[in-house]
Design a protein around this ligand. Structure first.
Ligand SMILES: Cc1ncc(COP(=O)(O)O)c(C=O)c1O
Length: 743
């Protein structure tokens, strides 16, 4: 850099232009509406400061235009490009998500193939949807000890290039969240030799430029010959959250297209403070970056050494990162395995955060580890406090049985416990853009094999999707997912977190029974006994009819139907005087058969005509009444999955479109049951007689309402029932909203 450019790096041109505008004294008859703070609320004023608000203007001639920069923004971008050794830099005001979108949208065209790691950040999938590209997945390596994904090995890239010579580009994550750096220079050579682009998600590496070569830190992606790089200036440097940079170099990139893509995807009113903050972060790094990051690295190494001496704790170190998917480690990312203390990552995170003596917040925790970020902002004091806190945690755990339940579960779920290995990445049946826009439906998970997934399913660790939108679902994937669930691993991704159903693309001519070809809507009002279910169902029925809709009210059990004989006998106590006398599976089968008979004989035709079918109770209440008989949580989950499969899989009954749950305090419900009995002489049924059972049912209802995303309406307050009309208004609003969104 010439001396004059070095001088230029000491300037922050955007902030300087803002100050010049605000001190020029022009009376504002322009946006923003607060008019340089004059109308700002005191709270906003204290958040942003008077000076900040005075300068929070945009679109003024003197402040340049992000979309066609020629003045201060152009200069800020030039300075950023110079600092990073790029040919071009683009200020990004929608974070690295926006930078990745622009990078993919600006380099790929619809139908282009792009090679991507299976565990790419969701913004990468978003960019692929926008560009209409086809992903070819590359599997990252996994560190078995720490249970974390490493980088993608050069050999994996070479193989993908061989199998997909049509690919235009590969997008790599470098370094990973945990600081692991794959051999990017080798990957660049593999790609460039066949004319493919190397695009890099360097969200976690905007600081790598500022380490000396002797530090042993990984080189920044541009120095490994990347063509385009998206960086989160806000994650590790001094920009405000959302401020990122997109950097490009070389002749393989069409910069006009990148600018056009960034322009199409970004606001026409970028926040000036945000842009200034990216520029100021650049200036700060240009002037102090090397010294500050050398100090950060010294502190990080000191922290690592201290942790590695603590019994039960162990840091992911540079020596762990000399494997096929890793050729280096950013040591300022300190990943600590806490399982030696008998803790899972989240347990250690919670202790550190909420302990009165320390209050430390880590960046993230996963099943085994907690991750601490050391940045240029840290000092001897902050690192000393972290060391003290970790020592306190170790001391607190010493002397305890270190085989804690959560950790035991993790170890039980290892390959040694007989789990199937991670299944192969499934075939891609639809590209993400097609999957995004396609019509979708829910199918029983066990029956999803061969269908095209519309949602992601994964487990942490290792955070690599087993299914991704567009994948052809395989039996292997289903088996693996069920095996992981069986050892208590929590699923991340699908809307139905228990994965009784999976969202898949609708396919014409599919044989899956259930809802898909039916135009009607099934609405269920669900509640415990005595909660006003019948009253609310009637009120809703009347309201929908008044709205001019064709509605059929159905009741379960349907006493007029012969099929109900078993249900009737069960409820009247013919099989025994207590609900528990008939086991959950048998009782549920009676109810399911009852519903099936009614469906076939009566209301299938209504469905096909596109009518509304309104029922108080359905499968769901049956689930509750029967599920509470099963004390063991895992067995209960197994029963629920069995019942779901029986009704919606085997019998092909329609899955409800909406379930509204009336949440009535059981004590209030009991009073109402008693009052009703007194008034009408009605006998209590087998469930109503048992008050403890009803209280248990209410708790189970709340659980299921959460699990199946029922719309919940509170029906009592302070030990009193709410007004019937008030409850009705909320029930009606929930249903009308659903009918509108699904119309
Ligand atoms: C690897 C990776 N890429 C991209 C992003 C998106 O960055 P941003 O939050 O700035 O949009 C993140 C965010 O966590 C990330 O971890």
């Amino acid at each position: 850099m010439t001396e004059s450019r070095q001088d230029a790096q000491r300037h922050a041109p955007i902030a300087e232009a803002m100050r010049a505008y605000s001190t020029d004294g022009a009376l504002a008859f322009h946006t923003p509406g607060h008019k340089q703070g004059l109308g700002a609320h005191a709270l906003l004023q204290s958040l942003v400061t008077d000076e900040g608000l005075r300068e929070e203007v945009s679109l003024m001639e003197e402040l340049d235009d992000l979309h066609e920069p020629t003045m201060c923004i152009a200069e800020a971008e030039r300075l950023a490009a110079e600092l990073y050794g790029a040919d071009r830099a683009y200020l990004m005001v929608n974070g690295t998500t926006g930078a990745i979108h622009a990078m993919l949208f600006g380099t790929l065209a619809p139908g282009d193939t792009v090679l991507v790691p299976r565990n790419a950040h969701r913004s990468v999938i978003g960019g692929i949807v926008l560009a209409g590209a086809k992903p070819v997945w590359m599997a990252p390596e996994v560190d078995e000890h720490f249970g974390i994904p490493m980088g993608v090995a050069p050999e994996t890239v070479r193989q993908a290039v061989r199998e997909h010579p049509e690919a235009k580009a590969a997008l790599l994550v470098y370094p990973t969240y945990y600081g692991v750096a794959t051999d990017l220079a080798a990957i660049a050579r593999i790609l460039h030799d066949v004319g493919m682009l190397l695009l890099v998600d360097e969200a976690h590496g905007p600081h790598l430029r500022f380490f000396d070569e002797s530090s042993g830190q990984p080189k920044q992606a541009l120095d490994c010959d990347a063509d385009a790089v998206a960086q989160s200036t806000h994650k590790l440097l001094g920009a405000m959250t959302q401020g990122s940079l997109l950097l490009t170099q070389g002749a393989r990139i069409d910069d006009e297209r990148i600018r056009a893509a960034a322009s199409l995807l970004q606001t026409t009113s970028p926040n000036q403070l945000l842009m200034a903050s990216i520029d100021i972060a650049r200036m700060q790094m240009a002037t102090e970056g090397r010294a500050r990051w050398a100090e950060a690295l010294r502190l990080a190494d000191k922290l690592r050494a201290a942790i590695d001496e603590m019994p039960g704790l162990h840091c992911l170190g540079a020596a762990d990162c000399q494997t096929p998917g890793a050729s280096g480690l950013d040591r300022t990312k300190v990943t600590v395995d806490v399982t030696g203390l008998g803790l899972t990552g989240p347990e250690a995170e919670a202790w550190l955060r909420h302990n009165d003596t320390c209050k430390i917040q880590c960046e993230l925790s996963d099943a085994r580890n907690v991750l601490f970020l050391v940045t240029y902002a840290d000092t001897e004091e902050t690192i000393g406090k972290l060391i003290t806190a970790l020592r306190a945690l170790v001391k607190e755990r010493q002397g305890r049985n270190t085989a804690a339940a959560g950790v035991q579960a993790l170890d039980d779920s290892s390959a040694a416990a007989g789990l199937p290995p991670l299944p192969p990445v499934p075939e891609t049946a639809a590209d993400p853009r097609t999957a995004f826009f396609a019509s979708k439906e829910r199918v029983t998970f066990e029956k999803a094999a061969g269908r095209t997934a519309a949602e992601q399913v994964m487990f942490y660790p290792p955070g690599i999707p087993i299914l991704a939108p567009g994948d052809r679902v395989t039996e292997d994937a289903i088996r693996y997912i069920r095996a992981m669930q069986a050892v208590g691993r929590k699923i991340v991704g699908p809307e139905d977190a228990s994965l009784q159903t999976l969202l898949v693309l609708r396919e014409s001519g599919t044989e899956e029974k259930g809802r898909q070809d039916l135009k009607g809507k099934l609405i269920i009002i669900e509640a415990g006994d005595g909660s006003g279910k019948a009253t609310q169902t009637k009120a809703l029925y009347d309201h929908l009819v008044r709205d001019g809709r064709t509605v059929h009210r159905v009741e379960f059990p349907d006493y007029a139907s012969d099929s109900s004989a078993l249900v009737r006998m069960y409820l009247s106590g013919k099989f025994g005087g207590h609900a528990d006398d008939v086991n959950a599976y048998a009782a549920s089968t009676f109810f399911a058969v009852d519903r099936y008979a009614s469906y076939r004989t009566k209301w299938k035709a209504w469905y096909e005509a596109g009518d509304i079918i309104l029922a108080d109770r359905y499968t769901t209440s049956n689930m509750v009444h029967q599920a509470v008989k099963i004390e063991d949580k895992d067995e209960r989950e197994e029963f629920l999955a069995w019942l779901w499969d029986l009704e919606f899989g085997k019998l092909g009954l329609p899955i409800p479109d909406a379930v509204v749950f009336l949440d009535m305090d059981p004590a209030v419900a009991n009073q109402l049951i008693a009052a009703r009995a007194k008034e009408t002489g009605a006998k209590e049924d087998i469930h109503e007689k048992d008050k403890a059972y009803l209280a248990k049912c209410h708790a189970a209802y709340l659980d299921l309402a959460k699990k199946y995303s029922w719309k919940t309406v509170k029906c009592s307050e302070g030990g009193q029932p709410r007004e019937i009309e008030e409850i009705h208004a909320e029930v009606y609003a929930a249903v009308a909203g659903m009918l509108e969104t699904q119309a």
